[in-house]
Ligand binder design. Structure first.
Ligand code: PMV
Length: 308
């Protein structure tokens, strides 16, 4: 049996504004999709979704990547594929991209062919297109390479950064699903309607990314937390938040977080917070009391890899 894992992602800054050419900053985090393959008959089983049969809407991702692997390499003997994901589905954490990347990696490793991460990325990106209409590639890039990713207008740059010393990230699942396309459409229509005000908000969002990079380089957790809140405020102004998202941001602050914001499309999905490690026990207690589903995570710097 060959097993691979690929990390999920969060967007630290710049979502939505990136659609109009502003920069964004993504991060791969220590929550993973695990995929194992062994000789079989193309049975695909997900611990979360059950059997993914030929008539399942999830099957096309696998069919595409298997076809691509066959066309790029050689015929593949029939395998069974087992998937176990720590990532909430449809919450902006890139679960389908991580499944595509980990599955491609596990199959290529099983075949014993030589391959690069770039090749894994290409195959997974094609498969991701069956799930998301015109994916930007950010989810696939973070699942493949890990780390911090600066991106703007379709170009990606992996940055050598760390979270401020002594801090962690908290991810809270709002348990509210959302359609990225719908929120993006509404945000863009508000942007058009606001005219000059929209321009100013988008310029402020760009400055936030620049300042956040500076804060990360200076190990300045307080500023980073503050910028997360301001970024959340701008996303709120553009209509990308919701009552539950705002409530979770307040709960994160009450739990000792330095800042918090939606991550990704918003109006549901996951909400992220930055917290000093000494506050973690209190945060655990408070967030549990409020019945939140939450995770303490750290950056994943490796991306997809084989595991025992
Ligand atoms: O929630 P997600 O991971 O689908 O992220 C969407 C990010 C947006 O900036 C809102 C849209 C995009 O295509 O960049």
């Amino acid at each position: 049996m060959n097993c691979s894992i690929a990390p999920g992602k969060i967007l630290l800054f710049g979502e939505h504004f990136v659609v109009k050419g502003k920069p964004a900053l993504g991060l791969a985090v220590s929550m993973y999709v695990h995929v194992c393959v062994e000789p079989g008959s193309w049975v695909i089983y997900s611990r979360q979704l059950g059997f993914i049969n030929h008539d399942s809407k999830h099957r096309s991702l696998f069919n595409t990547l298997i076809e691509k692997i066959i066309s790029e390499y050689s015929s593949v003997q029939p395998l069974n594929i087992y998937i176990d994901s720590e990532l909430p589905i449809a919450s902006g954490m890139g679960s389908s991209a991580a499944v595509a990347v980990a599955t491609t990696h596990a199959i290529l490793s099983f075949m014993g062919v030589e391959f690069t991460k770039e090749e894994v990325w290409k195959i997974a990106h094609e498969a991701e297109k069956t799930v998301h209409y015109k994916p930007s590639g950010v989810d696939t890039t973070l699942a493949t390479y890990g780390g911090f990713l600066y991106y703007r207008q379709g170009s990606f740059e992996k940055l050598d950064l760390k979270l401020p010393e002594g801090t962690s990230l908290i991810i809270v699942n709002s348990r509210v699903g959302r359609s990225t396309g719908e929120v993006v459409k509404d945000v863009l229509s508000r942007y058009e309607h606001l005219g000059e005000i929209g321009e100013l908000i988008y310029s402020a969002a760009e400055k936030i990314v620049e300042k956040a990079l500076d804060a990360l380089r200076k190990n300045d957790a307080e500023t980073l937390g503050e910028l997360m809140l301001v970024n959340h405020g701008l996303l709120w102004a553009m209509g990308a938040s919701s009552e539950i998202c705002d409530k979770i941001v307040y709960d994160l602050l009450k739990a000792g977080a330095l800042g918090g914001k939606i991550s990704g499309a918003g109006r549901g999905g996951v909400i992220i917070g930055l917290i000093n490690n000494q506050e973690l026990p209190r945060a655990r207690e408070l967030l549990s009391m409020k019945n939140h589903e939450f995770y303490f995570v750290h950056p994943d710097y490796q991306g997809v890899r084989s595991v025992e």
